[in-house]
Design a protein. Structure first.
Length: 94
């Protein structure tokens, strides 16, 4: 599922010269709410594009996803400008 969605928006990353790297390992069938999963990935990717550091010659967005029949782990990394430390407590809170 992660690969399928990432491939759809890969052109967005490439149009901003952001290198996409995927590290996906799935063992068995894992069920997840596709709409919520797409929403999470979309938010992360949108932020990576929006806050990329244009001063860097090499920009990247890495998606690491692993799952088995009981659980899944999603890790993302980019080298954008980042979130200021003072804003960390309010990041992704409602």
């Amino acid at each position: 599922m992660a690969t399928k969605y990432i491939e759809i928006i890969e052109y967005l990353l490439r149009s901003d010269s952001i290198d996409l790297k995927l590290d996906i390992h799935q063992k068995g069938e894992f069920t997840i709410n596709a709409i919520e999963f797409r929403s999470i990935l979309s938010n992360l990717i949108d932020n990576s594009i929006k806050y990329c550091d244009n001063m860097k010659s090499e920009k990247f967005f890495i998606v690491r996803f692993s799952s088995d029949t009981n659980s899944a782990i999603l890790k993302v990394e980019d080298n954008g400008v980042g979130i200021k430390k003072r804003r960390h407590p309010k990041t992704y809170t409602t």
